[in-house]
Design a protein. Structure first.
Length: 166
């Protein structure tokens, strides 16, 4: 079976199209080599908002600077984002804490307060399942756990959210 992969880290870009077997066996070594090459290059380029984040940048928590200054409640952001589930509402709350309030990191209790404030979207089961939802979002790299019960919106999710509300 044919597979295709594209890796971009700063100015270093690699594309591969070929057998799936090669990727299964050689991908870890390839990623390590690209990462080492990137580190050795010493490049510290700043990305524009239009660029997609690289693999390395996608999993970093966002900084406290705001490119998009969202003004509104968690409920209004939930409406803009089309929230349909508990994890979606948590992401709307994380978006408000990051984009409107300028917080680079936020606690579990802040997330809980924010989701409860969106009364049109909030269900009691969301609070009961908060741990489960937070773990799902961390595993999906939408949220980064920066310390115990402290989270940050990943750079890729922040960029995605900014483009959706702009």
């Amino acid at each position: 079976m044919e597979s295709k992969i594209k890796i971009k880290m700063g100015p270093i870009e690699i594309e591969y199209e070929g057998s799936e077997g090669f990727l299964k066996e050689e991908l870890p070594a390839l990623l390590s080599a690209v990462s080492d090459l990137y580190r050795e290059s010493g490049v510290t380029e700043v990305q524009s908002i239009q660029e997609q984040p690289s693999i390395a940048e996608a999993s970093k928590p966002v900084s406290e600077s705001n490119e998009v200054n969202f003004q509104g409640t968690t409920g209004s952001l939930a409406a803009t984002l089309g929230v349909k589930s508990g994890p979606d509402l948590i992401m709307a709350a994380a978006g408000r804490l990051t984009l409107a309030l300028g917080q680079g990191t936020f606690t579990r209790s802040q997330i809980s307060s924010e989701i409860r404030s969106a009364s049109a979207y909030y269900k009691k089961t969301y609070s009961n399942n908060l741990t489960k939802y937070l773990n799902q979002l961390v595993k999906a790299q939408k949220l980064m756990e920066t310390a115990k019960d402290t989270y940050a919106l990943s750079a890729s999710e922040k960029s995605n959210m900014e483009s959706r509300i702009a």
